[in-house]
Design a protein around this ligand. Structure first.
Ligand SMILES: Cc1cc2nc3c(=O)[nH]c(=O)nc-3n(C[C@H](O)[C@H](O)[C@H](O)COP(=O)(O)OP(=O)(O)OC[C@H]3O[C@@H](n4cnc5c(N)ncnc54)[C@H](O)[C@@H]3O)c2cc1C
Length: 416
């Protein structure tokens, strides 16, 4: 078996792997990215949050992305029946980016890897990590190429950015059940030939068809639109037929969007991902770190996946560079605690979405601009800003504000 030796081996070339590769390469470290598929490849996760723009900018990948003219996302619209709640990122509480993109990930991720390759980063496509042996913090990783031949890579550190592949969680038995309920998703792309002119045609929308089932509509600048439902696994399974028939049937649940997408051919047979939420027992160990989806995934409802992927991989890359320079690193405090702080905030919002409390705030409360700006900052991904009461007191504030909204609604009902 051929042996190669690098400072840092990164598993997976999605946004998480790309951001850590960019940072570590610029630090002068010998980096190798091993990617199972051939890019461009389809992956779900198309609605970004403003916070991830900070990460792409910091590692120098933003300019290449800007050239692609992806659809700009300046906020998001949530709708439930005739109730509409719009968030405008320019009105958020925390300073930071007030726009981002909604992107076909095949093009987006390829732009990232093309840029890295131009910089001289070594990315090996169609190479799958199939085994890892650790000797202290050093490791030997076994790679299988598409012909089935094996090779080995020695590394001082491994970043597992393998997303849904969850390579190290599987190989090192790190998986643990998520606290988030069992939700599944079905999705595809369509040529959006009935797209209305102006903002209506391009705005990203979450159409809430029941407490725990919702449709995403994510228009792209290439004329395609992503459609997907998320709901309880059992409910999604109750729809009959093949994946196309299931999604066609589910589209009837959306009064608002049914006509726009009726009769359109799907660009590919809708895909289903079951029981989306994932968690792990630990986020790092001697000689490795888990970043992005490989570590934790909550729920797509607030589009936080890519942003956590890039936040975690940039944070991890900085700590790896420090450690390989011989400096002390406190992984527990500076990585695990830091990431968990942000994940916990989002986890509250996801849980409170499905209890209905957050939906009460979105759809039934008086539109208080201060509260809205603070929640908007969370939805933009700025979940480490503890000056924001909706970050600092996330555990109780969502519940309290929802309760007040319910009381106001009851009072109004009695007056009428
Ligand atoms: C239904 C659904 C909807 C979602 N919607 C959104 C959204 O709107 N916005 C959002 O931000 N996020 C969303 N997400 C989450 C999003 O998909 C992920 O958070 C994001 O892609 C994570 O990026 P990543 O770099 O960690 O992993 P990925 O982008 O998944 O990249 C991982 C890479 O690792 C490679 N790989 C896997 N196994 C191996 C192996 N053994 N060897 C080598 N390479 C390997 C894969 O081929 C892949 O290219 C959604 C998720 C789901 C399930």
């Amino acid at each position: 078996m051929q042996n190669e030796s690098v400072d840092v081996l990164i598993i997976g070339a999605g946004p998480s792997g790309a951001v850590s590769a960019a940072y570590l390469h610029k630090q002068g470290l010998k980096v190798k990215v091993v990617e199972k598929s051939k890019f461009p490849r389809f992956v779900i996760g198309e609605s970004l949050l403003p916070r991830c723009m900070d990460h792409f900018e910091e590692v120098g990948l933003l300019e290449a992305l800007k050239e692609k003219n992806f659809e700009v996302k300046g906020g998001a619209r949530f709708m439930r029946g005739d109730r509409i709640c719009n968030f405008d990122f320019s009105k958020k509480y925390t300073d930071g980016w007030d726009w981002t993109w909604q992107v076909p990930r095949a093009d987006f991720d390829k732009t990232l890897t093309d840029t890295l390759i131009d910089w001289g980063v070594d990315i090996a496509f169609e190479q799958e990590v199939v085994g890892v042996d650790f000797k202290g913090s050093d490791s030997i990783t076994t790679i299988k190429d598409i012909d089935g031949s094996l090779s080995a890579i020695e590394a001082k550190f491994i970043v597992d950015s393998s997303g849904h592949g969850r390579v190290l969680p599987r190989l090192l038995d790190l998986e643990k059940p998520s606290e988030i309920g069992k939700h599944s998703s079905i999705f595809t792309h369509v040529k959006d030939v009935n797209r209305p002119e102006g903002r209506e045609g391009t705005i990203i929308t979450f159409d809430i068809v029941s407490l725990d089932t919702w449709l995403w509509v994510i228009p792209f600048s290439n004329g395609l639109t992503s459609l997907g439902y998320v709901g309880p696994t059992e409910y999604l399974e109750s729809f009959e037929g093949d994946h196309t028939e299931k999604l066609q049937e589910m589209m009837k649940l959306s009064d608002y969007y049914y006509d726009r997408f009726e009769g359109l051919n799907y660009e590919f047979e809708p895909r289903i991902i079951k029981n989306i939420a994932k968690s792990v027992k630990q986020l790092y160990g001697e000689g490795y770190v888990l970043t992005g989806n490989s570590a934790e995934f909550l729920d797509p409802v607030f589009s936080s996946g890519v942003t956590f992927a890039t936040e975690s991989s940039l944070c991890a890359a900085k700590l790896i560079a420090k450690q390989l320079r011989g400096e002390q690193v406190n992984w527990e405090k500076d990585y695990s605690d830091y990431m968990k702080e942000g994940v916990e905030v989002f986890a509250t919002y996801v849980k409170e979405w499905y209890t209905g409390n957050l939906q009460t705030i979105f759809f039934d409360s008086n539109d208080n601009p201060v509260i809205k700006a603070q929640i908007c900052a969370v939805l933009a991904g700025y979940v480490w800003d503890r000056t924001n009461p909706f970050v600092k007191n996330h555990h109780r504030l969502v519940k309290t504000v929802a309760r007040i909204a319910e009381m106001e609604k009851e009072t109004k009902g009695q007056e009428n």
